[in-house]
Design a protein around this ligand. Sequence first.
Ligand code: COA
Length: 130
Amino acid sequence: MIRTAHTSALDNATLRAARALLEVAFDGELTAEDWEHCLGGIHALAWEGDELVGHAAVVQRRIVHGGRALRAGYVEGVAVRADRRRQGLAGALMGDVEEIIRRAYDFGALGSSDEGLPFYTRRGWKPWRV
Ligand SMILES: CC(C)(COP(=O)(O)OP(=O)(O)OC[C@H]1O[C@@H](n2cnc3c(N)ncnc32)[C@H](O)[C@@H]1OP(=O)(O)O)[C@@H](O)C(=O)NCCC(=O)NCCS
């Protein structure tokens, strides 16, 4: 089951579970700053009973382009527990996140890991060319 909620609506145990999931999914390379970047917006959470098996977040960031400060929905902390991958969970999480972006932001942006790249390009995300 996928649920979406603002950071303020999540209890400490859920936030701890999300951070732990990301720490494992990113092979222990999740910094305190990376986690900070996931906070203050909307989280999409994939639950199996009371176990968190997937997470994605979208937070607002201003991106200046052509002299205009655009409202970007920036995607952070996308991860699925290793034993639940390739079952469409990240796709379902991103579906909710992309709907939030369409409705609330000028555009969406994210920084992909190498592993995430085929996943995002298949969903229609395009490399940002400067
Ligand atoms: C990237 C990640 C979130 C994908 O989660 P997932 O639940 O397995 O993704 P889905 O099952 O929804 O995948 C949907 C499609 O994306 C593509 N895809 C997903 N993972 C892929 C991979 N490792 N290699 C190639 N294509 C991949 C496939 O086309 C897949 O469809 P298919 O299974 O029918 O071939 C997951 O592998 C993960 O948590 N990785 C570690 C953390 C990470 O790198 N996160 C991305 C940060 S930017």
